[in-house]
Design a protein around this ligand. Sequence first.
Ligand SMILES: Nc1ncnc2c1ncn2[C@@H]1O[C@H](COP(=O)(O)OP(=O)(O)OP(=O)(O)O)[C@@H](O)[C@H]1O
Ligand SMILES: [Mg+2]
Length: 243
Amino acid sequence: MTALLDASSVTVRFGGLTAVDHANLRVDRGQIVGLIGPNGAGKTTFLSAISGFVKYKGDITLDGGSIAGLEPNAIARRGLVRTFQIVQPLSNLTVLENVMVGAYAHLGTLQRKEAEERAMETIEFTGLAEVAGRLAGQLTLAGRKRLEVARALALKPKVLLLDEVIAGLNPAETEKAVGLIGSIRDRGVSVVMVEHVMRAIMSLSDRIIVLHYGRKIAEGSPSDIVNNEEAVRAYLGESHAAS
Ligand SMILES: Nc1ncnc2c1ncn2[C@@H]1O[C@H](COP(=O)(O)OP(=O)(O)OP(=O)(O)O)[C@@H](O)[C@H]1O
Ligand SMILES: [Mg+2]
């Protein structure tokens, strides 16, 4: 069976630095794939390549069709959307306006009424209804991260790439975010999540990929990864020590 998302031998170079080095990633329908690795391993850059934000070498297909070389908006229209590690809400617009702008900007043909309906539905789904009229700049970090997810979901993706939407949240907020990601998957959206919060990644992921210096050094189920010596040495050991 063809994978929903299939990134094959993706390489990204910044000058002399190879940030992503012949990395592969495959996501099937209804799956959550976790992408982990130490700071600077190339996780964000890999997501940026898949979503069209940086140039790369390699092949990437979505639903059987190549998306290599397409612009982010074109990739979003095909059904793949990412969030940003550094959240970028429009601070002087309301939460509702932020979600609507996202939908408009990426899906040029959307009618206002449809954009508003989608935005409201997404806002309710992501638990932002109570703050829909508030300025985005006034939200807590947890609220801004939720908004980042809502803006992406309003584009109705088949595949959602999440870049550290849990990092920095307190335990109660983390639990809610884990619940939200699980319900996104339950709606049939496939998810690739980059995250340093191990409890979250271990509980949600069907499969985990470990990047180190841009290379994939391990891949498997959460229990495979905690039992993989190279992966633990590269990453899990230091992260467990830190959290
Ligand atoms: N636009 C850029 N220009 C030059 N180098 C970059 C650029 N973006 C990232 N890098 C470098 O590429 C490498 C991978 O960075 P990346 O941000 O993808 O890592 P990461 O795994 O997401 O790390 P973190 O866990 O800290 O978010 C790092 O060495 C980084 O300094
Ligand atoms: Mg990153």
